[in-house]
Design a protein around this ligand. Structure first.
Ligand SMILES: [Zn+2]
Length: 505
């Protein structure tokens, strides 16, 4: 707590900022209502903002210009509001986004109307992330009203492609404007998220040469398998279809069922079932079994977020371990079965891949075997890795490539992978944010560390800061997203004081 400019804080700054934040209560609410009425939903996977997201960006910039700020719109993709000495080389950024996820059904109040009821404002984006964007804008207004001396510029950067997962808005900003010196994103919760694990998806593919006929290899023949809907979810269901030699069908089925019982003794949490294909088709009519399937091995587990594998139980890992123990033949699926059993086993720590790591703040690197697809000719598995230092995307990709290629697999690293984020607790950024939070709320401010990803990963030396108090329920992306009017004002106050600490003279 010893940065010199902090100690120069005049005693009356907080009351004055508080007075300003409260004076703008109605303006924040009206601004947010206007923004909520623009349904800025982008198509899934969009790499450029749709017309409504562009409209939301233009409206915010026009509104900020009317409040007296410098603004710039970078091609209707990303824009910023700027305050502070125009010639100051350093920039403190607030990074918010104006795109929202679809509303879904079942709202108490219409999702794009900004209704006010029970002391709350209701609507898609009031929490994520339009409310924080408007609170931040009026935090700048409070600072400018008081004409407090600043030594850094402050930029409220407004993105339009956060929810699509593409983040090309950020790359567009960086290409044109460079990186800010430091900053925060009001897109998670208070007090301060000082670290986030990185994220990397890797797909391993096995392919049979076109001329080969893998059906004649020794061992059980897996005709197809399927598990998971997304890499970052622990799969709760997985199946593999087997084609057995017709002359020895009955004894083979009995022997498989016996193996499944033996497997269950060694893996008491597993839930495997070996059944005839007709029965499986009856029970799971939406699954697409290949025509030659005679017997299906199905595994049940427990779904969980891929960053928290210990909260679930991976059905696909059970399936792979069982099939490997049955010594399935080396066709495309079979090679991945043996690869998964050998390199993932039953754990989630990546030890079998040679990538286990533990960071004192961020915790362990985790691996989720999220998806399996394919048949005898070509098959794949996709893993979601949450990496912690010392791993980077580059070093981890190199290791995974080597392990996969040694097993004769193709290895594809998702280009959208992101490095872990870690800002030291002694960094002036973290110290300033904690101090602002403490002074405004009177609550202790400890750093949090998460396995997930926030917009803070957009730039180095950036952290997530609000908008939710630790005890406020997270309603982002949910039906009836709403925030209290008081919290909008409180956030204006916290952000104004925080920005003064970070940018003040
Ligand atoms: Zn968000």
């Amino acid at each position: 707590m010893s940065s010199p400019h902090h100690d120069a804080l005049p005693e009356d700054i907080l009351p004055a900022l508080r007075e300003r934040a409260h004076a703008y209560r109605d303006a924040v609410i009206a601004g947010l209502q206007h923004l909520i009425a623009i349904p800025s939903v982008n198509p899934v996977g969009a790499s450029s903002p749709g017309p409504e997201a562009r409209a939301a960006l233009r409206w915010m910039l026009e509104h900020a210009a009317a409040l007296g700020f410098r603004v710039q719109n970078l091609d209707d993709i990303v824009g910023f509001v700027e305050y502070g000495p125009a010639d100051a080389p350093e920039v403190v950024a607030v990074l918010a986004h104006l795109d929202v996820v679809p509303a879904g059904e079942g709202w108490t109040h219409p999702p794009f109307a900004g209704a006010i009821a029970d002391g709350m404002i209701w609507g898609r984006g009031v929490e994520d992330d339009k409310g924080p964007a408007v609170s931040s804008l009026y935090a700048l207004k409070a600072l400018s009203d008081l004409a407090l001396p600043l030594r850094r510029r402050i930029r409220l950067i407004l993105g339009t492609l956060e929810e699509s997962g593409d983040w090309s808005d950020i790359r567009h900003y960086e290409a044109r404007e460079g990186r800010p010196t430091m900053g925060f994103t009001p897109d998670a919760h208070f007090p301060v998220i000082c670290g986030e694990k990185g994220i990397l998806n890797v797909t391993f593919r096995a392919q049979e040469p076109a001329a080969s006929n893998p059906t004649h290899r020794p061992g059980l023949h897996v005709a197809a398998w399927h598990a998971g809907s997304a890499p970052n979810i622990v799969p709760a269901f997985a199946w593999a279809a087997l084609s057995l030699d017709a002359r020895r069908f009955e004894p083979a089925l009995v022997s498989l069922q016996r193996s499944a019982r033996r497997f269950a003794q060694h893996h008491p949490e597993s839930q495997l079932q070996v059944m005839r294909a007709e029965l499986f088709r009856e029970r799971y009519p939406t699954e697409e079994l290949p025509a030659e399937a005679q017997v299906v091995v199905a595994a049940r587990g427990q779904e969980a977020h891929g960053a928290l594998p210990w909260d679930g139980h991976n059905a696909l890992q059970d399936l792979a371990n069982f099939l490997a123990a049955c010594k399935v033949a080396n066709n495309a699926v079979g090679r991945l079965v043996h690869f998964a059993a050998r390199h993932l086993g039953v754990g989630w720590d990546g030890a079998g891949l040679g990538i286990a790591a533990e960071h004192d703040k961020l915790g362990p690197t985790t691996v989720n075997l999220g998806m399996a697809r394919g048949d005898a000719q070509q098959a794949s598995i996709t893993l979601n890795v949450r990496l912690t230092p010392p791993h980077t995307v580059a070093t981890l990709a190199e290791k995974l490539r080597r392990v996969g290629e040694e097993a004769g697999l193709q290895v594809e690293i998702d280009p959208a992978s992101m490095n872990p984020l870690f800002v030291d607790e002694d960094d002036a950024l973290v110290v300033g944010l904690k101090r602002a939070y403490q002074l405004v709320t009177g609550r202790p401010a400890a750093c949090a560390y998460i396995g997930g990803t926030t917009y803070a990963k957009a730039f180095p030396r950036m952290v997530a800061f609000g908008p939710l108090m630790p005890d406020e329920p997270m309603l982002a992306h949910q039906v009836d997203e709403r925030v209290s009017l008081d919290s909008l004002v409180r956030n204006t106050e916290i952000y104004a004081l925080a920005l003064y600490f970070l940018a003040g003279a």
